[in-house]
Design a protein. Sequence first.
Length: 197
Amino acid sequence: MKRVALFPVLAVAGLLSACSAPTIRSDYDHSANFAQYRSFGFMSPLGTDTSGYSTLLTARLKTATRGQMEMRGYVYSEQSPDLLVNFNAKLQDKTQVTPAPMIPYYGYRTGFYGGWPGYGWGGNDVYQYTEGTLNVDLIDARRKQLVWEGVSQGIIDDQATAASSEKVEATVAQIFQRYPFRAGSAAPQTPQAGKTR
């Protein structure tokens, strides 16, 4: 028997408040010479422009990413950038089913009588949610090779505000906390603290 019970819903609400921060992870090509990268531009078309035109999300991602790259000493170039930036974003509906434990009949009945077979509270607790994933890729423009990727993944509570300028700015900043290079530098720096995996 499947059910959605009040107690599990309250427990999930508590879990959501505890897990509101997204999981950020990143990786880079350790064989790439990051000292040669001093400028950046954007892929055309970008992965977030699947409908053939530039979306509001794309515009906000470009603004936020340009700010993060320039803060690290990179210069924007439309003509011949060293690095190309690409984005991918997706929403995925998910369902989590957790078996609820059977709660036995009250202890005072022990030794005298028990419940009938299947007596007690049990069943499955079902939680449906939307998971959002944002990828930021940096590509060596000359070699057409991915050299760094940053990923943010988390539960989307409100899809209407998930793509707002403020949310995009904050998410991109969290992703770039994991980017360990500055323009013209070959040695990675220690990433800033943040929730990572």
